[in-house]
Design a protein around this ligand. Sequence first.
Ligand SMILES: Cc1cc2nc3c(=O)[nH]c(=O)nc-3n(C[C@H](O)[C@H](O)[C@H](O)COP(=O)(O)OP(=O)(O)OC[C@H]3O[C@@H](n4cnc5c(N)ncnc54)[C@H](O)[C@@H]3O)c2cc1C
Length: 320
Amino acid sequence: MHSRVVIIGSGPAGHTAALYLSRATLKPVMFEGFLANGFAAGGQLTTTTEVENYPGFPEGIMGSVMMDKFREQSIKFGTTVYTETISKIDISTRPFKLWRENKEDQEPDTADALIIATGAAAKRLNLPGEDKYWQKGISACAVCDGAVPIFRNKPLAVIGGGDSAAEESLFLTKYASHVYVLVRRDKLRASKVMANRLLSNPKVTVLWNTEAIECKGDGELLNSLVIKNNQTKEIEELSVNGLFFAIGHTPATNLVKGKLDLDEDGYILTKPDSTCTNIEGVFAAGDVKDKKYRQAITSAGSGCMAALECERWLSEHFAE
Ligand SMILES: Cc1cc2nc3c(=O)[nH]c(=O)nc-3n(C[C@H](O)[C@H](O)[C@H](O)COP(=O)(O)OP(=O)(O)OC[C@H]3O[C@@H](n4cnc5c(N)ncnc54)[C@H](O)[C@@H]3O)c2cc1C
């Protein structure tokens, strides 16, 4: 199969790109993935409950329902969606070649242009009780979930010692009665400015040399963490109604490793104010290239940029 443009990935970035490209009559093909990178088609939002910060849904909307709507809109305007994962690509020459998972021995699909929107995944610790209370008091995104009622005026914990842990903890002080920051070492990795802001906030207590070892709750919601001081080996229970992981994300870039320029954390590098990668005709959008904002709306925004840049590039390089 040859397409003018193939989109790999099916989160807000991929679907927004699909919507723009299909409305531009470019008949995009999307590989939405089959449990690719551990996510159902639709991406990270399929793992959450209510999304309250995406404009247009004043009552909030379930993440999976929102992604069904994104998919419906992409298809309505002419996107062909395959529920398959792309396991290998060759972007060294054009047309670009793509192999579908479990069909690597077959002829590859080809495309004139590619949009990589494979997303990212928050790092977690797989503690006992973590799966049980995931999204029932445990989250990996303070900006997304911090304001929900179960966290209001309650003690919360953040795990991490870098800039994003400091940022997320400070953000949570707006809602929480208190924020405990669990830091594995005896110092923060965060920049001096962020560390000072964190340490001087009266609503924050940093627990040094401390690791969480279990998440506990009442069967419905998280209500405490078992924590251990890794120096004294002392174990205690910390009453908290929320736990936020701020230990980083892993971008889904195995597919493009060694083929596209990546930064030191594995995110795809794009030209400033653009979704263009170092390979002409290959664009990147969403969390796979964004370690700063990581929101549905910013991913959708960069999906739109990728589509517009791709459309222009195709019109300059290929006759209609
Ligand atoms: C629990 C949770 C709650 C969140 N809540 C909010 C919120 O309330 N508001 C908000 O704005 N943001 C929220 N976010 C963040 C938001 O989900 C992400 O910023 C956004 O989904 C990123 O979109 P994306 O399109 O870049 O990729 P993703 O959503 O990560 O989707 C990428 C998709 O591509 C697929 N894929 C990967 N590799 C391949 C491949 N090789 N072939 C085919 N398919 C592939 C994956 O399976 C996945 O379905 C939340 C995130 C999480 C984890």
